[in-house]
Design a protein around this ligand. Structure first.
Ligand SMILES: [Fe+2]
Ligand SMILES: [Fe+2]
Length: 339
């Protein structure tokens, strides 16, 4: 059975034994060796609809079609970096240990001008204009002038905005696409404000300005921890220092440059450094203020919401429950979205 070129999400809806054709950008590429000592490739490709992990075995054919002609290449010695390039894939869906396995039988390096890799980069599902306007509204609603001026200085005077608004919020797990950091930060800030309003109504007031500043800044360290392209990846600093400490360092530098008052500085720094909520999750101190409780709790929910959505979207239609997700120590269920 032959399928005409389809997007990656549609390929993932196909059952076993189907052939497929798709176009995507190579996001990951590595060589491995099977039990018999034969070399094969593990290849990740992505488009705006999703990601696909496939295998190219020793008998797979690689072609370069740039420049019009089609000629065979050896991917190990082709003279250019394959990660980040747009490719056409002709493949077949097999299975291995009850899991679908995507075999990439023919891989075509496409004309990169005709198929620009940026068209295959995953983006936030929310528009950039909407996220930017919502972000600016959150700052405009801050009543403490010092905090408002500080945030405007960090994002717009010190030029953090360009990276903050385009960076991913993670490598694989949640909001792992361009604009993901902005989407996640805005979502945490709005969710945190809603929860804080509830406690205000119950006579347990929360400092909304510190809360919003902490929510918008809590993950700024990801800017120094990740490389955004061709697909989000953790860089050396991200591996050996991690985004919480990187973010704390960035924030303290901005606080010094802008002469931020000591009490405001401590309150926001506390939110950044405690936001993972547990020492084993990378926070050296645990949340100790209402603002830090709320940001940490909403951050956790926001991560799980995005992770769930991503996993369920990638779940084949025959299944209602995902594989065991070791990171969050559970399987995820479609729940009522199955009906
Ligand atoms: Fe974080
Ligand atoms: Fe976060």
């Amino acid at each position: 059975m032959k399928q005409i070129s389809m997007n990656i999400k549609s390929v993932k809806q196909l059952p076993k034994n189907f052939d497929f054709q798709t176009v995507g950008m190579i996001t990951r590429l590595s060589t491995r060796t099977d039990r018999n000592g034969n070399m094969f490739w593990d290849i990740g490709i992505g488009d705006q609809s999703g990601d696909l992990e496939g295998k190219a075995w020793g008998n797979s054919s690689w072609y370069n079609t740039q420049g019009g002609d089609k000629f065979m290449i050896d991917p190990e010695n082709c003279g250019f970096k394959l990660e980040g390039m747009t490719v056409g894939i002709v493949g077949h869906i097999g299975d291995f240990r009850d899991q679908l396995q995507y075999n990439f039988n023919e891989i075509y390096i496409l004309d990169q001008n005709k198929y620009p890799p940026k068209n295959y980069t995953k983006r936030s599902p929310l528009s950039q204009e909407f996220l930017e306007q919502t972000f600016k509204n959150l700052i405009a609603e801050i009543s403490n002038e010092e905090i408002k001026n500080f945030l405007n200085a960090v994002f717009f005077k010190h030029n953090l905005w360009e990276k903050y608004s385009t960076w991913p919020a993670a490598v694989l797990l949640h909001h792992a696409y361009s604009g993901g950091l902005l989407e996640h930060s805005v979502s945490v800030a709005i969710g945190a404000k809603d929860l804080a309003k509830h406690y205000d109504d119950f006579k347990n007031p929360v400092n909304m300005d510190i809360l919003v500043a902490g929510a918008l800044l809590h993950d700024i360290g990801k800017i120094e921890a990740y490389n955004p392209s061709p697909a989000p990846s953790v860089n050396v600093a991200g591996n050996v220092i991690e985004h919480i400490f990187l973010g704390y360092g960035m924030f303290m530098k901005f606080a010094q440059l802008e002469n931020l008052s000591e009490n405001i500085k401590l309150a926001i720094a506390h939110i950044i450094i405690s936001h993972h909520g547990r020492k084993e999750f990378g926070s050296p101190v645990l949340p100790g203020t209402p603002e830090a409780f709320i940001v940490s709790a909403v951050d956790d929910v926001d991560f799980k919401m995005s992770f769930w959505k991503n996993q369920i979207e990638n779940l084949s239609p025959q299944n209602d429950v995902t594989e065991f997700q070791s990171l969050i120590e559970r399987r995820l269920w479609r729940g009522t979205s199955a009906q």
